[in-house]
Design a protein around this ligand. Structure first.
Ligand SMILES: [Zn+2]
Length: 488
């Protein structure tokens, strides 16, 4: 099946054709490790993760590179603020980022290059640009890209050079020819991290590292370059300018951009103080809930964050799991009967599901199909034989894998919920949690005594018994038909 992807560069949905048959060479802009990763980052990484999983599912080999920006003005400023070395800053936040990617079950990149480990490659690329007349060195020892020399500047963000120029200005102390020119190399101030270069001690600008590292590991041309929509300009525009100026070839072929997360319709930003770290969300919700929330909207659209939304998607997962776990208990001993007519219905669902994702990653549609499958399975549970149920559930789980949801075993889901002090009653199959005979008799005895206390209006003690049972995970409900119990 062919995959259609929206390409920011052409502004169109295009059929994806890789440079090398059945191989996807992809680069995604990784974090600048100067702060904790937040919910906006999570969304972008999850969207790209689903794309990679889709390729894997369809049999593509993935060559995936995601960089770490570990030298930058922001890192140096943070180090000054905290009174520690910039290298300590990057180590601390790299770990926070790494933990988040593991928690969210993101497919790890094949290579995760760091800017500071690629200074020679960066210098070489800057030299090439100077040689070819696309970059110039200032008296200060800074090197700038000469935007005017690259005639296609603005082609990704669809902006006109003159308009852009009118809106830009040269900051004091900058020796630029043109306000849009951007730094490839910056001379460092005393005390800042610096590396030797033909232009004196300094450090790379932000944009050049992605060009140097993507080309080193994926080649001068590769298939997909991704990032958050906020990177289209200037970061990706500049990456294209530098790379194509240096090689004379088309750089990345498909540009994949993920929309931003908003909170009360406002952009997430430091100045608004509305940043929600991934760590905070992981404390309250399991990774599948976060993933399902992140992909419920199409990846190019803005996505609104709220805790209520997370509650909502957690509930949906509980409902889906309730059917899945029940079905799995029913189908335990595979081998009972053949998979008959139902196979066609299941395969039709699979086809619709994959078709949605292959159409520019339409996750909202794919989620609907998956939910319909679970609903259908639930309706058919009494009619299907064990093999059919197993086939159905396995297919649901296989498709869920592409989205990174419905992968938990019953034990794992119980653990994920208990870790966060949440109820498990919504998804645990009815006949799963059974008390031993003796425990059940004891519990009935306690309920009897409690009811006698209530008859004598000793409500305080009766309430205490109920509260104490609740603490150990047993919920009592007083109904018209008497007192009922369930596990929390
Ligand atoms: Zn980048």
């Amino acid at each position: 099946m062919s995959i259609k992807l929206y390409n920011t560069l052409t502004g169109k949905k295009e059929i994806f054709t890789p440079l090398e048959d059945k191989v996807v060479k992809a680069y995604f802009c990784g974090p600048t490790v100067q702060d904790e990763p937040h919910i906006g980052h999570a969304r972008a990484y999850i969207a790209f993760d689903v794309l990679l999983r889709l390729f894997k599912y369809l049999g593509y080999k993935i060559k995936y590179v995601r960089n770490v920006t570990d030298i930058d003005d922001k890192i140096i400023n943070k180090a000054l603020k905290l009174g520690i070395s910039p290298f300590e800053v990057t180590e601390m936040y790299y770990r926070a980022f790494y933990d988040a990617t593991k928690e969210l079950r993101l497919i790890p990149p094949n290579i995760e290059p760091r800017a500071t480990g690629h200074i020679p490659e960066i210098i070489e690329l800057v030299e090439k640009l100077i040689e070819k007349g696309f970059a110039y060195v200032t008296k200060n020892g800074d090197v700038y890209f000469d935007v005017i020399k690259f005639s296609e500047y603005g082609k990704l963000s669809k902006q006109n050079l003159e308009k852009l120029m009118a809106g830009a200005r040269i900051e004091p102390g900058e020796e630029k020819k043109n306000p849009l020119d951007f730094a490839l190399w910056k001379r460092s101030k005393p005390g800042e991290p610096s590396w030797r270069s033909p232009w004196g001690r300094g450090r790379p600008g932000w944009h050049i590292e992605c060009s140097a590292m993507s080309m080193k590991y994926l080649g001068e041309r590769f298939d997909i370059h991704g990032g958050g929509a906020d990177l289209i300009f200037p970061h990706h525009e500049n990456e294209i300018a530098q790379s194509e100026a240096a090689t004379g070839k088309e750089f990345a072929r498909y540009w994949f951009h993920v929309g931003l997360v908003t909170i009360r319709k406002e952009k997430i930003s430091k100045s608004l103080g509305n940043i929600i770290p991934i760590r905070e969300v992981i404390k309250r919700y399991d990774y599948e809930t976060i993933r399902l929330w992140a992909i419920q909207a199409h990846y190019r659209k803005p996505l609104e964050f709220s805790w209520d939304q997370l509650d909502y998607y957690e509930k949906i997962l509980d409902e889906l799991y309730s059917v899945i776990f029940t079905a799995e208990m029913k189908s335990k001993d595979i081998g009972d009967g053949e998979v008959r007519d139902i196979r066609n219905a299941i395969e039709e669902y699979r086809r619709v599901f994959i078709k949605s994702l292959a159409d520019d990653l339409n996750t909202p549609k794919a989620i609907i199909t998956l939910r319909n499958m679970v609903k259908h399975l639930n309706n058919m549970l009494e009619k299907l034989n064990k093999s059919e149920i197993a086939y159905y559930v396995n297919t649901i789980r296989e498709l869920g894998w592409i989205l990174g949801i419905l992968q938990q075993s019953l034990d794992e889901r119980i653990m994920e919920k208990k870790r966060r002090g949440k109820s498990i009653s919504k998804f645990v199959p009815e006949n799963y949690l059974k008390l031993g005979d003796l425990s059940e008799q004891l519990l009935n005895l306690i309920i009897d005594i409690r009811n006698k206390l209530r008859e004598k209006k000793l409500y305080e003690i009766a309430d205490e018994i109920r509260a104490r049972l609740r603490e150990i995970g047993i919920v009592l409900e007083d109904t018209k038909e008497g007192t009922k119990w369930r596990l929390a």
